[in-house]
Write a protein that binds this ligand. Structure first.
Ligand code: PLP
Length: 354
């Protein structure tokens, strides 16, 4: 680092390891929970016409009202809830952190989604991660104690959790919500693959909001996430949103592509049945411990995880190696892909342990 930047930069930024996205050209990409399905042929022509009509000389629609309606219809969002759009749900995590005061604390679980802690650092907030149990369930008494001790302003709970793939005990979450003055943020990035949601609980709890995203249902490239909460909460948080944060190309694309509710649901169903197959096949390999999943990925513990990861990579398959994280020794995470992709992956794993 040159002298100028070294003197100038905030110490805790210097100390951060940049969020690393591995090279993936020509790889079978099973590392980032993307959908394997490209745009269907029948949509491409109409979609191109939409894009051609986009007025790129103008600023985007500031509140993206039409897009809000599209998302409400796609996700069956209750009419009495407010919706706030972000450039990915990551931007909404940042926006929630920006609403906090100096010295406030963000509380989450460990292991969970890494952006909660990173964004706490970016915004100079305190961060506390409460350890999950050995079966990746919430340790409720530890959580309630941490709430009492640290008096957090925000509590992030990924439901289902990333990278473990499970949902948590619903009554534990309800207890957390009613035991705190913090805003509880349930991150439902994987809602399409889960058998439970808190969407219909928002009106019960004034301190509950949900995050969702279109990234895990086929549209990671759009960068579009949403916060769903009480209308007055959303109205206040909206003051922190940068004007025009949802660009015109995203608005035009999403308004067209997200009308295809049947197609989106059909693709999610394919992933669900592929998940069942993949999970069973991995389970049949005796040396592996496969964790139950409510998401479009599977976490598993494998002897020689580093070696398996490297072997897969050499053969053109990219998954996520978590084996160096303290509570995830020898754990790997694989995104559920298309039938052909999953087969390529599983063939290599079977030979490796064969
Ligand atoms: C993938 C993921 C996100 C990120 O969503 P974007 O909308 O792509 O920013 C948020 N939360 C969790 C738990 C995730 O796994």
């Amino acid at each position: 680092m040159n002298n100028f930047i070294s003197n100038w930069l905030r110490p805790n930024i210097k100390a951060i390891n940049a969020y690393h996205v591995p090279a993936s050209e020509n790889m079978v990409k099973l590392d980032a929970m993307e959908s394997p399905f490209p745009l269907s042929d029948k949509l491409i022509e109409q979609y191109s016409a939409c894009l051609a009509n986009a007025q790129l000389n103008r600023y985007p629609n500031p509140n993206a009202i039409e897009l809000q309606q599209t998302l409400r219809a796609l996700m069956d969002i209750p009419a009495d809830c407010g919706v706030l759009l972000g450039n990915g749900s990551d931007e909404l995590i940042q926006l929630l952190a920006l609403a906090c005061d100096t010295d406030d604390t963000i509380l989450s679980l460990d292991p969970s989604f890494v952006m909660y802690e990173m964004i706490a650092k970016f915004t100079c907030l305190n961060y506390q991660g409460v350890d999950l149990n050995d079966d990746f369930e919430i340790d409720l008494s530890a959580m309630l104690l941490a709430i009492e001790t640290h008096q957090p302003k925000l509590i992030f709970i990924a439901y289902p959790n990333n990278p473990t793939g499970n949902t948590f005990d619903r009554t534990a979450i309800e207890k957390i919500i009613t035991s705190t003055h913090a805003l509880v943020v349930l991150d439902e990035a994987y809602y399409a693959y889960a058998n439970d949601s808190f969407l219909n609980d928002i009106k019960k709890y004034s301190n509950l909001v949900l995050l969702r995203t279109v990234s895990k249902i086929g549209f990671a490239g759009l960068r579009l996430g949403l916060l769903i909460g009480a209308k007055d909460t959303v109205e206040q948080l909206d003051k922190l949103r940068l004007p025009y944060n949802i660009n015109t190309l995203t608005q035009v694309s999403a308004n067209f592509l997200l009308q295809e509710k049947d197609e989106i649901n059909k693709n999610a169903q394919i992933i669900l049945s592929e998940r069942t197959k993949l999970s069973a096949t991995l389970n049949a390999i005796n040396t592996l411990e496969v964790y139950p999943s409510q998401a479009n990925f599977i976490l598993f513990k494998a002897p020689n995880a580093n070696e398996l990861f490297t072997t897969l990579k050499q053969k053109g398959i990219l998954i996520k190696n978590l084996s160096n994280a303290p509570k995830l020794t020898n754990c790997l995470r694989v995104t559920v892909g298309s039938s052909e992709q999953n087969k390529k992956f599983i063939d290599i794993v079977e030979v490796f342990y064969g």
